[in-house]
Design a protein. Structure first.
Length: 57
């Protein structure tokens, strides 16, 4: 009985830690998406500036 209870507690701890890891991955994925949007916007501005300057930028 004690072994089963110990495994149950360890399983609960594992589930809690795993849920925290999934949450953290979700946050980092969202941050990567935001940075990708930022890079795309910056590239678009640079391309426009390059086009307006006639390639002299």
């Amino acid at each position: 009985m004690a072994t089963a209870a110990g495994f149950s507690v360890q399983g609960d701890i594992h589930a809690t830690v795993a849920a925290g890891g999934v949450e953290e991955l979700g946050r980092s994925g969202a941050a990567l998406g935001e940075s990708g949007i930022g890079y795309a916007a910056g590239d678009a501005v640079a391309a426009c500036a390059y086009g307006i300057s006639g390639g002299l930028a």
